[in-house]
Design a protein around this ligand. Sequence first.
Ligand SMILES: [Zn+2]
Ligand SMILES: [Zn+2]
Length: 293
Amino acid sequence: MDSLGCALLPSTCALCGSSLPHLSSVPICEVCWTEFPVQSGDLCSRCGDKLDAPVLAGPTKIGLCRACRLAPPPFVRAVAYGPYQDRMKAAIHALKYDRLHAVARGLGRMLAEAIAQLADEAPTEILVVPVPLHRSKHAERGFNQARSLAFHALAALAKSHPAWKLTQAPRTLMRQRATESQFGLTPRQRRLNVKGAFEVSDPAAVTLKNALIVDDIFTTGATARAAAKTLMEAGAASVWVATLARASRVYGNRHGTSAQFDDAEENFELAGKLPDATLQGSSIYSSYGQSSF
Ligand SMILES: [Zn+2]
Ligand SMILES: [Zn+2]
């Protein structure tokens, strides 16, 4: 029983290893909770990607990244709490792979802060749709982290934004087939990999409704694009996206090593929005799981 208790309630911080002052159901120390990185700098006003240089898009002078200018995403806007690095990365791994469910509440509060960035512009009534796992992945992991984070985020938002009608819709979107890692795939193979991955269980439930897709990590945006496209095709009025973390796109590096995203589930490409020639010819897209040069 003692060993079981210790397994459930570690006495050291799961992120920095410092000893916790007392047994806690949340194995992250107070210092670590205050040191999660937050998004900063110039971000794409559409997808939230970092803008390397100020990019002006037409007379409105809204900064858009290259991907959003070439192929506007089917969602209105994507926001994230912070970059996928340091403590954020460690905490998400602790939740997903070490199954430290107690971490979900604190991370859910951060997701709530990300969602709150949309409060002024998003509709007053919105369905919150966690990105689903395929049932084989769900069986393997035992839970869907996106759903867990959404649950805690909505609990926090009910207090901070009581007038905002955010409704959980965890069964709206289904992943109808398992998707392979995008690692090492050509743009065409990636398109095929993500194509048709999602379906809406009951289109009548989303017709003319606004939806907020929620996930733990936004990497290249292909998952968000595919999920948003599915919801829009089912008749949604608008789709928004909020994630806990944002992995910045890696631009080709001078050492010629492969740039990698280490979350295999999120190694997606632009879901077929750009022609292969554009993808292959662009330094921006040259690096996913391939040599940069
Ligand atoms: Zn710590
Ligand atoms: Zn963008």
